[in-house]
Design a protein around this ligand. Structure first.
Ligand code: GDP
Length: 335
């Protein structure tokens, strides 16, 4: 119910005070910017709409003091009708009381007109904090938000909190959780991935948004961050190969899409690879122009099993295209 955009893509809006880290998050997650280089990027100025080759649609809003986004001059409906989640970035290394006040004012404002929007609070830049201080800060922020909202008579507000940093995988993990809430077909996806894993003795399977390396679903076996890292690194290897050779994949009209300003996700021929990595095997298959399936298997799954996996992945892909509108318009379905 939360993804109302006409093209069916989940929409995200990133908000927060200046210098809270919005441009950096966008750079690292959607533009493969090395985290250290965010020191030199320009901070967000007002509104930035990103056009990119991704499963999701994404906008960044700065929050300069003079910009009142509930000003009647803004077409609030146009903005909030379309989005599924509002991500609010709070700099945990800075004074955050003002940020919390603004966040609460926003939540209370949105409550009546747009009760379905998920509010996702990224308590950000936690890499610079000691373990104790990090937890205290996190709890303090949650407490203040919840107390103020319930003082204002708003109980059970749809607000979730995450600790994030661009210097580790936490920002990808948080984005993944935010996105998964916006996918009504998630339980179906998970059970499809579960049976894929069971049929092929796969340890872990992720359905990735290739550009951002956010996973939109995984099987329901316990997730450890290690397997996420291995699988997401594998995407980098494969996508880089695509970029090196500059493969272009025609769109539905047979034209290349190079006139659209894109930020990555170089199109390749539909790709299937399987490789040994340490004690594991990795399997990757492009599902469509946005999504790739990456599977991690133990050493006991020899490469000869690839035919079995190919077959089951084919079954998975077919089922996916039936339950999942996003997987349409793909390489596989165009002629
Ligand atoms: P914006 O104004 O909200 O777009 O903020 P920027 O993206 O320009 O970030 C402001 C500063 O915060 C930059 O110097 C970034 O390098 C820094 N920054 C962003 N994210 C992190 C993070 O996760 N950890 C740390 N330590 N610094 C960060």
């Amino acid at each position: 119910p939360n993804s109302k955009a006409g093209d069916g893509k989940p929409r995200l809006l990133l908000m927060g005070q200046r210098r809270s880290g919005k441009s950096s998050i966008s750079g690292v997650v959607f533009h493969k910017l090395p985290p250290a280089e965010t020191l030199y990027i320009e901070t967000t100025i007002r509104v930035k709409k990103e056009s990119m080759h991704s499963f999701m649609d994404f906008q960044i809003w700065d929050f300069p003091g003079h910009l009142d986004y509930f000003d009647p001059a803004f077409d609030v409906d146009k903005i909030f009708d379309e989005i599924g989640a509002l991500i609010w970035v709070i700099d945990a290394q800075d004074e955050y009381l003002d940020a919390i006040n603004r966040l609460n004012a926003t939540i209370l404002n949105l409550q009546n007109s747009y009760p379905n929007i998920n509010i996702e609070v990224f308590v950000h830049k936690v890499d610079g904090l000691s373990e104790d201080y990090k937890m205290d800060t996190f709890r303090d922020i949650i407490q203040r938000v919840q107390d103020e909202l319930s003082d204002a008579g708003y109980e059970n507000a749809p607000v979730s909190f995450y600790q994030t940093s661009i210097y580790d995988h936490s920002i990808f993990e948080a984005f993944s959780k935010v996105i998964q809430k916006l996918i009504p077909q998630l339980p179906t996806l998970e059970s499809l991935l579960n049976s894929l894993c069971a049929n092929c003795r796969i340890e872990k399977a992720y359905l990735f948004d290739v550009l951002s390396k956010i996973y939109i679903a995984t099987d329901t076996s316990p997730t450890d961050i290690g397997s996420y890292e291995i699988c997401s690194d594998y995407i980098d290897v494969v996508v880089d190969i695509g970029e090196i050779y500059g493969w272009e994949r025609p769109n539905e009209n047979g034209e290349s899409e190079s006139e659209i300003e894109e930020t990555g996700g170089t199109d390749c021929e539909s790709l299937i690879t399987m490789e040994r990595k340490g004690n594991n095997y990795l399997y990757l298959k492009e599902i469509n122009k946005y999504l790739a399936l990456v599977c991690l298997m133990g050493d006991d799954s020899p490469a000869e099993k690839k035919a079995l996996i190919d077959y089951n992945v084919g079954v998975f892909q077919k089922a996916l295209s039936q339950v999942f509108p996003f997987s349409n318009g793909t390489n596989a379905t165009t002629t």
